[in-house]
Design a protein around this ligand. Structure first.
Ligand code: HEC
Ligand code: HEC
Length: 183
């Protein structure tokens, strides 16, 4: 082997090693930030099935009764079919029951329990605590009554919605649905 070739190989080797180190480190940093943010148990099946049409709502937003109601009515899910096979549905129900909103189990979403009726609604957006937290929005938008489901895409305004963070200081700057720009 001549000297030139081994130099080239050494050079390529260093670049590769450098890349491994840099990306490896990057990976560790990203993982650390993400795991810090992970405030509840995530489930890949849930995210895939229930995140297909809208945000995979953090399960801690709704109590067990609401999730069970939703899972039993998937063939007519707010006017659409969200049906899935029995095994997948059982897996999702099991997961939701485990991580649902629960009295006495503190979480960043515990405030949803405030004034919750004994027979809670299926929609997050119909919970008293939710309505109270969002009562300024119709006034800000100068509309009397928002259409049903207007506030359902949480991530339009809450930039960390998927991580279950809804603090008012973590809204998008100039929060609001993209459609606002059109009218
Ligand atoms: C085929 C599309 C589709 C799939 C799949 C789907 N959804 Fe939905 N979901 C909708 C629609 C449409 C609405 C009503 C949104 C609106 O009013 O704007 C909705 C609303 C909801 C709401 C109420 C949001 C609110 O307004 O508070 C919850 C909770 C919900 N879905 C949970 C689920 C769960 C759990 C799954 C998985 C089992 C799921 N969705 C799968 C289409 C879907
Ligand atoms: C149109 C924008 C918008 C949408 C969509 C929206 N929110 Fe909000 N949300 C806000 C604003 C603005 C506030 C802060 C209100 C205030 O001034 O206290 C807020 C406050 C909250 C709070 C109370 C936070 C705190 O710090 O006290 C919760 C919880 C919450 N939202 C959950 C949700 C969930 C869950 C969804 C989806 C189902 C949603 N929001 C959809 C704009 C929105």
């Amino acid at each position: 082997m001549n000297a030139d070739m081994s130099n080239t190989r050494w050079a390529i080797g260093s670049v590769l090693l450098g890349a491994v180190l840099v990306f490896g480190l990057y990976g560790i940093v990203i993982n650390a930030t993400e795991s810090e943010r992970e405030l509840f148990e995530q489930d890949a099946v849930y995210i895939e099935e229930c995140g297909a049409c809208h945000l995979a709502y953090p399960p801690g937003l709704l109590p067990v009764q609401s999730w069970q109601g939703i899972m039993l009515g998937l063939e007519d899910h707010f006017g659409e079919s969200a049906e899935t096979d029995a095994e997948t549905a059982a897996h999702i129900t099991n997961y939701l029951e485990r991580v649902a909103l629960q009295k006495g189990k503190p979480s960043p979403m515990s405030q949803m329990l405030r004034n919750m009726p004994d027979d809670p609604p299926l929609r997050i957006t119909e919970f008293p605590a939710f309505i109270t937290a969002h009562d300024e929005i119709p006034k800000q938008l100068q509309v009397e009554k928002l259409a049903e489901g207007f506030l359902s895409p949480c991530a339009d305004c809450h930039r960390e919605a998927a991580s279950g963070v809804f603090d008012k200081d973590r809204l998008h700057p100039g929060y609001g649905p993209k459609v606002w720009a059109d009218d």
